[in-house]
Design a protein around this ligand. Structure first.
Ligand code: NAP
Length: 250
């Protein structure tokens, strides 16, 4: 069970953090993987690690907030592998600021990356999947997308949008044999929040809110992503899976 043998996966934000962990878990499960982000060295490192597991890999430089760049990313992936079976949208950015203090530029940066980015990638890959009459999309949302975390307004708005978009895409495309789900993590230790977790005042407060009293490790997300991408989840679509160390139960 939970195999992805010879499936072709495209993972945005695959150069580090949760996207990197999912890319490696997919390779372990038998998938060939294209990883995309803006940092070539990180992509090359992950691609090498995937090849070391005996799978094919492609490193694609792309900016998900730019629709032309996303279109090129999809073309490059199809040119290399001929199809796209799985899309994981993990590219994302975060910023902590009260909404009353948020500038137009910050709002645009967060929404453009986290919401437009997921839209561009889902739209372009969905067209491929409709043609293939099969496919599977996993969007990285966040607990912030369903709660109202003070100081994370732009981020929460972007992730709430991702959750809504996930459900719409699932319903619009169920008849094409394409499944669309979201993973909504709590705190995982990555570059996204290392500064907050390591802050001597803020860090302990964050950890105290997590019933397991620790942040997740990136490798703790791979199993859920592999399950959702696998045929063992063939009846699962339009769902949001929380993975929070108990935070979501409070
Ligand atoms: N870590 C957590 O606790 C947590 C919690 C809830 C949700 N999430 C979500 O999970 C996803 C992954 O987060 P993470 O923790 O792995 O963060 P991370 O370690 O900072 O990685 C983010 C990835 O996104 C890429 N990226 C950012 N902007 C991009 C753009 N415009 N175009 C292409 N790639 C871009 C980054 O690469 P470049 O900068 O090189 O482009 C990097 O590979 C995000 O959507 C995040 O919101 C994370």
């Amino acid at each position: 069970m939970f195999r992805l043998d010879n499936k072709i996966a495209l993972i945005t934000g695959g150069g580090r953090g949760l996207g990197r962990a999912i890319a490696l878990a997919f390779a372990d499960a038998g998938a060939h993987v294209a990883v995309a982000s803006r940092t070539r060295e990180q992509l090359d490192e992950v691609a090498e690690a995937i090849r070391a597991k005996g799978r094919r890999a492609l490193a694609v430089e792309a900016d998900v907030s730019d629709s032309a760049s996303v279109a090129q990313m999809v073309v490059a992936t199809r040119r290399e592998f001929g199809r796209v079976d799985i899309l994981v949208n993990s590219a994302g950015v975060g910023w902590a600021e009260k909404l009353a203090d948020t500038s137009d530029e910050t709002w645009e940066w967060i929404i453009k990356t986290n919401l437009y980015g997921v839209f561009y990638c889902c739209r372009d890959v969905m067209r491929v999947m409709i043609e293939q009459k099969s496919g599977n999309i996993i969007n990285l949302a966040s607990v912030a997308g369903v709660k109202g975390p003070p100081g994370l307004g732009a981020y929460a708005a972007s992730k709430g949008g991702v959750i809504a978009m996930t459900k719409v895409l699932a319903l619009e495309n169920a008849r094409y044999n394409v499944r669309v789900n979201a993973i909504a993590p709590g705190y995982f230790r990555t570059d996204l929040n290392a500064a907050a977790l390591d802050d001597p005042e803020l860090g302990p407060k964050i950890v105290k809110r997590i019933p397991m009293r620790r942040a997740g490790k990136p490798e703790e997300i791979g199993g859920l992503a592999v399950y959702l991408a696998s045929d063992d989840a063939s009846f699962v679509t339009g769902e949001v899976y929380f993975i929070t160390g108990g935070e979501m139960a409070q």
